[in-house]
Write a protein that binds this ligand. Sequence first.
Ligand SMILES: [Zn+2]
Ligand SMILES: [Zn+2]
Length: 405
Amino acid sequence: MVSTFPNPSSVDLSRIRLAIRSLQPQLVEWRRRLHQQPELGFQEKLTAEFVSQKLQEWGIEHKTGIAHTGIVATIKGNKLPTNKVLAIRADMDALPIQELNEVPYKSQHEGVMHACGHDGHTAIALGTAYYLQQHRQDFSGTVKIIFQPAEESPGGAKPMIEAGVLKNPDVDAIIGLHLWNNLPLGTVGVRAGALMAAVECFNCTILGKGGHGALPHQTVDSVVVAAQIVNALQTIVARNVNPIDSAVVTVGELHAGTKRNVIADTARMSATVRYFNPSLKGFFKERVEQIIAGICQSHGANYDLEYWSLYPPVINDMRIAELVRSVAEEVVETSLGIVPECQTMAAEDMSFFLEEVPGCYFFLGSANPAKDLAYPHHHPRFDFDETALAMGVEIFIRCVERYFL
Ligand SMILES: [Zn+2]
Ligand SMILES: [Zn+2]
């Protein structure tokens, strides 16, 4: 694929790199400070205060309190006049996990931990804001930096969009990253098209008729009905979805019964559904209900079904993904460090931004097994190699300068 963005000179490249490398101590300091005070979704009070205080210190115009705790900073370049606007998004929230790492910057909030790396995302976004503010003469256009709450749950992207963060001035494109321990430090996972899955959920209660375990003819056994439903649901992916499209239907919970000789009158299940192809929206809801209704009817059972959609799939724009890929290749210094096979069935509410404007979300490799920094995300021992922080800033800065060229 040929990049539609011109290449900067090698002088420009080393200038950016040197300036950002010198920021590394501050990036680590900010990240560790945030790591020590993790906060759950929509409760990012200290985090937002810290971000706002830094932006103020550097003279960066910003709005706070958007969708509770979100912040949007605006930095105008003065290289050449242009109305183009590029947004950079970082999430700020932590998880309800008790940290097991014994590090000087361990979480000081009982039962709450930055176990997904969003402390790093916030530090990278701050470093990017700082650099851009100092180097306004090096880029044209306007950069909006979006500090988003509640990515893990219940989702802060949608309320921020509803609050107008993509408007006035209108955002033309958006980029964002996730530090990624599924990839080693020095690599970047980036691809055009689907990167992360849509997530939908359902809860279903099978309403049968209880009775004695030795007299099944007097009952409607909810366990037998539920077992058939769990099996039949697997045929949606195996028989109804185009095999070229990836999808998952996982029944993660199934509860029924109280005793071995009692036929349970109800069985409850809850499930998660994942897929990449946006055209499958609505398809699973319909098929799940058809299967449940059909099997219940054939057994004389009833059901209660609650089905809802959480996040749409993360779909990257081809042109912006190519911009990120070409920039990332310069930062990791080899095309071998670019991993296009990085799709995951995990979900992200960055997808709501990408439904509104073209953009690219990418994974920044952050695992370093030699330093014991390779635990998976959401693990109580999760931590990442902080060398990735400066790489993240460098990719963002180079994207900004290149986007407005
Ligand atoms: Zn997470
Ligand atoms: Zn995350």
